[in-house]
Design a binder for this molecule. Structure first.
Ligand code: NAI
Length: 543
């Protein structure tokens, strides 16, 4: 029997796990594996760290006992399973090693070289590295096939995702063994090929990068972008709130490492504003100041924050005149692909349920077509396609053009970003504010930036996810699963992009590329192909 076949038969909850590195990640990984019944040998070069890690696990588990989520018996068993280990030789009985020491290629390589002479032939070696190539760590080993990545997310006991990463030499059967083990530990594993950023740390880059870019161009303020991404994007946190939580040192380092690893691809270019926070020592929540400031209770506020902009214009009260006619004219429209739902369906339904009617359009027309521009009073209004309102007004020979942003679900939002063409009259703007106010949506007027906030971010996320799939790093399903389980996205970026329409996503990217004249926004060749064929690569309903 080959080594890998023997392991499939053998690896179960009676197998011994060695966790090396008892820091933030190691402690969490020890907790997960001990809770699943494994004997866990917890080793660290610093003995105090082992003691501290066990104490922190005890504290976390005790909280679960108090909440009634864990029995006292299981608490005792789990803590008994974590065995402080003070010498590397004591790791000889391990069936699986999970390494979570400092992020250094040389240190990790020399650790595994030493382990090769201590551990059994059948022991599987894994690293929790977030940025080092699995292929490179394995390259010094005499048996690189038994080495894989097992990338947990912080805090490990809470975040469900684990990326099971194969290097060039990794045995695929062992990847399956680890996948099954993660399932038994109650995790949501995905397979990935070793490449810079793996799945999540690569595909998530535009979530931060587009927000930073918009801020750098003074297109919208920090608090506006965060609010719009939460309200319209259904993200749990806005990008600036999340960067402050992660820490700018960590977030910037990941961006820089991905940028370097992809040979300075402009898609991953780090931001100078974030770098200046780093230089100032404003690392986020942990130092009390990042993009926001935090008081001693952890509450955030913007104070003396020169990077935040005054709100350009907000609607405070309805100015709808008495006897207003609730008529909307369809100014331009296009046929939809047969299986594609119009991205603005929820908005149109909201107008209809508030007694607006669309001139000369039946309800069936409205369902089957995409209304690209509609007119109310003096305002021509449309969903952004990645051009600025000023460029599009010229292209479509329309004055007074107002563009609105994408929403995850137009039926529930209370706020929405808009931009207006440079020649837009104040009456047209008033008309747009009135129209949306009458269906319960407060508009937030931003500068005339291309693709507004959510649409351009989603277009870039979908593009990166599709490109990651094109390069065979992971399947489309696993990429979407990783982004939901690893960073809490409301829907996977491929399924979400498909729902909005890959033709529109492609158009947004092409127009952003035109507006900025930059390679950063180039669409993936696979996205381009799908936008032409209408083919979908993930099942949206499976999400
Ligand atoms: P940490 O700094 O909290 O803990 C590292 C521990 O490793 C320390 O206790 C240190 O004493 C020990 N250590 C260092 N060199 C050692 C050696 N040669 N032998 C034995 N022990 C050694 O670090 P953290 O945050 O737990 O990260 C560990 C690994 O997990 C890194 O590779 C990191 O990139 C990765 N990771 C970190 C995440 C995070 O959010 N912190 C998320 C996912 C992965």
């Amino acid at each position: 029997m080959t080594l890998s076949k023997a392991l499939i038969a053998k690896f179960d909850s009676t197998s011994v796990v060695a966790v090396i590195g008892a820091g933030a990640m190691g402690a969490g990984i020890a907790q997960i594996t001990a809770q699943s019944g494994h004997r866990v040998l917890l080793f660290d070069q610093n003995e105090a760290a082992i003691f501290k890690a066990k104490e922190s696990v005890a504290l976390q588990l005790h909280k679960r006992v108090l909440k009634g989520k864990l029995s006292q018996e299981n608490y005792d068993l789990c803590l008994e399973n974590i065995i402080p280990t003070y010498s590397m030789d004591e790791l000889a009985s391990a069936d699986l090693v999970i390494e979570a020491i400092i992020e250094s290629l040389e240190v990790k390589q020399s650790l595994f070289l030493e382990l090769e002479s201590i551990c059994k032939e059948t022991c599987i070696f894994t690293s929790n590295t977030s940025s080092i190539s699995i292929t490179s760590i394995a390259s010094k080993l005499s048996r690189p096939e038994r080495f894989l990545g097992l990338h947990f997310f912080n805090p490990a006991p809470v975040m469900p995702l684990v990326e099971v990463i194969s290097g060039l030499a990794s045995d695929q059967v062992l990847a399956k063994v680890l996948y099954k083990a993660c399932m038994r530990w109650g995790k949501k594993p995905v397979y990935a090929k070793s490449s810079p950023g793996f799945i999540v740390n690569r595909v998530a880059r535009p979530f931060y990068a587009e927000a930073l870019r918009i801020l750098d161009e003074q297109g919208a303020s920090i608090s506006q972008i965060d609010e719009l991404m939460r309200e319209c994007g259904h993200f749990k946190m806005g990008p600036f709130e999340l960067m402050d939580l992660i820490g700018h040192d960590v977030n910037y380092a990941v961006t820089e490492s991905v940028f370097r690893a992809y040979y300075q691809d402009p898609k991953f270019k780090p931001s100078l504003s974030q770098k200046s926070l780093l230089e100032a020592g404003f690392l986020g929540r942990k130092t009390g100041r990042g993009f926001y400031q935090y008081n001693s209770n952890g509450e955030k506020y913007l104070q003396n924050n020169i990077t935040d902009l005054p709100i350009d214009r907000n609607w405070t009260e309805s100015k709808a005149p008495d006897g207003l006619i609730k008529q909307i004219q369809v100014t331009s429209k296009q046929e939809n692909q047969p299986s594609q739902m119009s991205p603005t369906k929820g908005l149109i339904e909201r107008f209809l349920s508030n007694n607006f009617y669309f001139d000369n359009e039946t309800n069936q027309d409205l369902e089957q077509q995409i209304i690209t521009i509609f007119t109310f009073g003096e305002a021509h209004i449309g969903l952004t396609n990645g051009l600025t309102a000023t460029e599009r007004a010229k292209e479509e020979k329309l004055n007074n053009l107002v563009l609105f942003d994408l929403a995850f679900d137009y039926s529930s939002i209370t706020k929405l970003a808009i931009s207006a063409s440079d020649n837009c009259s104040s009456q047209a703007l008033d008309d747009a504010f009135t129209l949306f106010d009458l269906i319960g949506i407060t508009l937030i007027k931003l500068d005339d930036i291309p693709g507004l906030v959510l649409m351009r971010t989603l277009a870039m996320l979908t593009n990166e996810a599709v490109e990651t799939r094109l390069q065979g790093v992971a399947t489309g399903e696993d990429i979407d699963k990783a982004m939901c389980a690893g960073v809490n996205y409301p829907q996977g970026p491929i399924a979400w992009g498909q729902r909005v329409g890959l033709t529109l996503i492609h158009q947004v990217l092409t127009n952003l590329q035109l507006s900025y004249g930059e390679d950063r926004y180039r669409p993936s060749s696979l996205l381009r192909r799908l936008s032409v064929s209408g083919k979908k690569i993930v099942n949206e309903l499976a999400q």
